[in-house]
Design a protein around this ligand. Structure first.
Ligand code: GTP
Ligand code: MG
Length: 151
């Protein structure tokens, strides 16, 4: 089963949406294996968003992501990375379908409430998990409904 990195961004924390985000992913059937309430520093922000370092919005992006606490998570399950990306919706909430997290809770590209590892970038999930979590912070256990979630 695949693991993926997810984060409730500072806007989600400030707007009281941590529970809603966790709830949706949890109810879908994915298993929470790690979680950390933390504030991202400049170095971590630059590492995490390194792929965007040359983009015009990079400074705004790192300023925003370091501006307040985030809730960082690791979720595990079948096809976890792609499934979470589908639940998140399009990057720009203006294009995100209703029923997706961004489509239901956000309006603006720079305040889109959730991050999830890019499923089109192989290895992004493992890289981001390593960046935010130590191995011993990821817990190994079975959800009691496991046999009802998978054939
Ligand atoms: P993340 O989960 O945050 O990585 O979003 P994403 O994977 O859906 O999008 P991407 O990695 O391409 O961009 C990272 C973040 O940069 C987005 O979540 C946006 O907040 C911001 N961003 C992306 N493109 C633009 C842009 O064209 N202009 C501005 N201002 N911000 C952008
Ligand atoms: Mg991205």
């Amino acid at each position: 089963r695949e693991r993926t990195f997810v984060m409730a961004k500072p806007d989600a924390v400030q707007r009281g949406l941590i529970g809603e985000i966790v709830s949706r992913i949890e109810e879908r059937g994915l298993k929470l294996v790690g979680g950390k309430f933390m504030q991202i520093d400049d170095e971590l922000a630059r590492d995490h968003y390194g792929e965007h370092v040359d983009k015009p919005f990079f400074d705004d992006l790192t300023t925003f992501i370091t501006s307040g606490p985030v809730f960082a998570m690791v979720w595990e399950g079948q096809d976890a990375t792609r499934q979470v990306r589908q639940m998140m919706g399009e990057t720009d909430p203006a294009d995100a379908a209703p029923g997706t997290i961004r489509g239901d809770y956000a309006l603006d590209l720079g305040r889109n409430v959730i991050h999830g590892s890019d499923h089109e970038d192989p290895g992004a999930n493992e890289r981001e998990i390593d960046l935010f979590f130590d191995e011993e912070e990821l817990l190994d256990y079975e959800r009691i409904d496991g046999e009802w979630l998978y054939e």
